[in-house]
Ligand binder design. Structure first.
Ligand code: HEM
Length: 134
């Protein structure tokens, strides 16, 4: 809780609780280090430079968890399933993606509660992105 005016308490967003922008930048940066060296995932990313993809994903997560809405100002409504249609997201891609995310999340050193909240969301979201049979 933060005191925003004397005697006025306001719940912090999850974004604030876990450390704000810096935390999400660290998470996604570490994740993309994994993607950069992944023989299945790396060829799926259309751009030579992974930097812009890293920025889009970072801004998306920041917005999702209650931070600034820069993602939608730049990209419009997320519509993530639709945006993943051009890519073959099968079980193997899903597993590889989550594997890099697991490493990145562990390195953040969040509290168990925050870590579990993020992981639950990421696993649910990753499963919902599968669009190709094995
Ligand atoms: C399950 C395995 C997944 C694979 C293989 C995958 C792969 C990709 C690829 C190849 C791109 C294009 C990179 C770019 O140019 O931006 C992309 C974009 C993106 N992905 Fe995923 N993705 C997966 C799951 C997820 C999940 C679970 C989320 C959200 C929690 C997510 C969020 C995003 C976002 C926000 C973008 C950028 C969308 C935009 O164009 O604005 N992805 N993904």
């Amino acid at each position: 809780m933060t005191e925003i005016r004397r005697g006025t308490l306001q719940e912090q967003t999850f974004y604030e609780q876990v450390g704000g922008e810096e935390t999400f930048r660290r998470l996604v940066h570490r994740f993309y280090e994994g993607v950069a060296g992944d023989p299945l995932l790396r060829p799926m990313y259309p751009e030579e430079d992974l930097g812009p993809a890293e920025e889009r994903f970072t801004l998306f997560l920041i917005q999702y968890w209650g931070g600034p809405t820069t993602y939608s100002q730049n990209r419009g409504h997320p519509r993530l399933r639709m945006r993943h249609v051009p890519f073959k997201v099968d079980r193997a891609a899903h597993d590889a993606w989550l594997g890099h995310m697991r490493v990145a999340l562990d390195e953040l050193g969040l509290s168990e509660e925050h870590e579990q909240t993020l992981w639950k969301y990421l696993t649910y979201a990753a499963a919902s992105m599968i669009n190709s049979p094995d």
